[in-house]
Ligand binder design. Structure first.
Ligand SMILES: [Zn+2]
Length: 87
């Protein structure tokens, strides 16, 4: 019997943000790390999240050029107006 039960990609993705926040128990972290060792997709997802969190943590609205900010707002507004229209 394995000491740690393996988790699915779905579980792994759900754990990633807590993992980056340091909010996981050692047991949950070990399960996630074991999954990551075997799963390139979730490893890539974790790296993407890590970069996103690191970037988002250092940026404020004032750091964004107006056209970028307006572009984002435009996307959000379109998305909220009709989620199926955003692509
Ligand atoms: Zn996975």
């Amino acid at each position: 019997m394995a000491i740690t039960k393996s988790i699915t990609c779905r579980d792994a993705v759900a754990l990633v943000s807590d993992y980056l926040d340091g909010g996981l128990t050692w047991r949950a972290r070990r399960r996630l790390e074991r999954h990551l060792a075997d799963c390139g997709a979730c490893t890539a997802y974790l790296e993407q999240m890590r970069v996103t969190v690191a970037t988002a943590g250092t940026l404020t609205e004032d750091d964004l050029p107006d056209d970028v900010l307006n572009g984002l707002l435009d996307v959000f507004q379109k998305f909220h107006a009709d989620p199926n229209a955003a692509s």
